[in-house]
Design a binder for this molecule. Structure first.
Ligand code: SF4
Length: 420
């Protein structure tokens, strides 16, 4: 009964528990749905915030299952896209990682200096002549213990030492605790809002004066099929690129199956995402940056562009437009923020000096070097083939009236101002 009431309220754009309670008193549809029961607004809030919180995903998946049984969706394909939704929290309530880390380091320096000073005082009182060890940065627990230890060691401290210890206890320690707590809330994020600690500051759509809007927000990802949302996931990172793995994993977890096809824009076309989809045996109808650029005649017919250079697979070298072999030089690995390791191979021409084509080929004083990520190139050519196929053209046409349209409907119905 409570789920019925909540769903019906949300359908009618009523989100406040007090307003829902009021509707249960006054609105005949609500009365019918609740069977004339009138739960208190606190009960509604408790049900929504505590009881339903961990089960809403299952309820959602059951509705999707029902739609699948009724043939509205097949779950074979997911059109994926994301949008940023502004949090209901104060836009000036930010906490930035950089400033927390900077202030914490400054405070640690101060604490270090004060403790060092007091310890040297103790040692000189006790006529100990051994060198004083440098004080390492300490956390709040260690600082608490250190303050107790200093208090025990000092039998008759002078006024200034007493002042310093008091300052350590009443000022430095609470500040250090505050910074530690802020860093814990931040986790791997760069910011959060004090009035909604789960919200992260993200750049939203510019306002009508073209001012950038940095606001506390969430990144909501959805999958749709026939304009029906078949899955959703909420993320704390602004970019779409890092959200796909979690989104696909939770889809599989909730629905017990994985889609055979995923359609998404170039914002998802990273090597890591292609790799994830390949592992899950998903056909990735996902564009990548340069997808449109490389289709242009200016790129296709340019002999100096890396993808147009001839590659000799057997002996592992490229041939430049002057016929010179560009030999393998080295391989470098790069680890992304998500921990994905990609490998780039470098090939270098042996003698570019005096080449008549140099001006057209590249700008630089050294021999030309090219960077090749073979795995990414393999994924891209696979994606290019899929996107160019008949089915790919169908998905590309449909994508624009799938997820985008659903976001448009959400914006119109729920009146969300900051959908991107
Ligand atoms: S500049 Fe170097 S790489 Fe480019 S065409 Fe001339 S020889 Fe080949």
């Amino acid at each position: 009964m409570m789920i019925k009431i909540l769903f019906y309220s949300y359908l009618n754009n009523i989100y406040s528990c007090r307003k829902i309670e009021k509707a249960l008193h006054e609105n005949i549809y609500f009365m019918w749905l609740s069977g004339n029961s009138i739960p208190d607004y606190r009960t509604i809030n408790y049900f929504r915030g505590k009881r339903l919180k961990d089960h809403i995903n299952q309820v959602f998946a059951q509705v999707v299952k029902l739609l699948e049984e009724l043939d509205y969706v097949s779950l074979n394909v997911q059109y994926v896209d994301g949008t940023k939704i502004e949090a209901k929290s104060n836009r000036y309530s930010f906490v930035w990682r950089k400033s927390v880390e900077k202030n914490k380091t400054k405070l640690e320096e101060k604490i270090k200096a004060v403790i060092g000073q007091i310890e040297s005082q103790i040692k000189s009182d006790q006529r100990e002549i051994d060198t004083i060890e440098a004080v390492k940065p300490i956390d709040s627990k260690e600082l608490k213990a250190k303050i107790d230890e200093l208090n025990n060691q000092l039998q008759d401290p002078d006024k200034s030492t007493q002042r310093e210890i008091k300052k350590l206890k009443d000022d430095h320690l609470p500040r250090l605790e505050k910074y530690e707590k802020q860093l814990e809330i931040l986790g791997s994020r760069g910011s959060y809002s004090k009035t909604d600690e789960d919200a992260t500051f993200m750049r939203l759509k510019d306002d009508h004066l073209k001012n950038g809007q940095l606001k506390p927000a969430y990144n909501a990802q959805i999958s749709t099929e026939n304009q029906i949302i078949t899955h959703y996931s909420i993320h704390q990172t602004p970019g779409d690129i890092t959200t796909l793995e979690k989104h696909l994993n939770s889809f599989e977890e909730l629905n017990g199956v994985q889609s055979k096809e995923v359609v998404a824009d170039a914002g998802y076309g990273s090597e890591q995402n292609y790799e994830i989809m390949e592992e899950k045996e998903i056909d990735a109808y996902v564009k990548y940056s340069f997808y449109y650029k490389e289709q242009k005649a200016s790129q296709k017919e340019n002999p100096f562009v890396v993808q147009n250079l001839y590659y000799n697979e057997q002996d592992d070298y490229y041939v430049c437009p002057m016929g010179q072999h560009m030999e393998f030089k080295e391989e470098r690995s790069k680890v992304s923020t998500t921990g994905y390791k990609s490998r780039t191979r470098y090939y270098e021409a042996s003698r570019c000096e005096g080449c008549p084509m140099r001006g057209m080929c590249y700008k630089g004083n050294e021999n030309r070097t090219i960077e090749i990520n073979q795995n990414l190139n393999r994924h891209r050519s696979k994606a290019r083939e899929l996107l160019g196929s008949e089915k790919g053209l169908y998905h590309r046409r449909k994508r624009s009236v799938e997820v985008e349209a659903v976001f448009g409907q959400l914006k119109a119905i729920i009146n969300l101002p900051d959908l991107l």
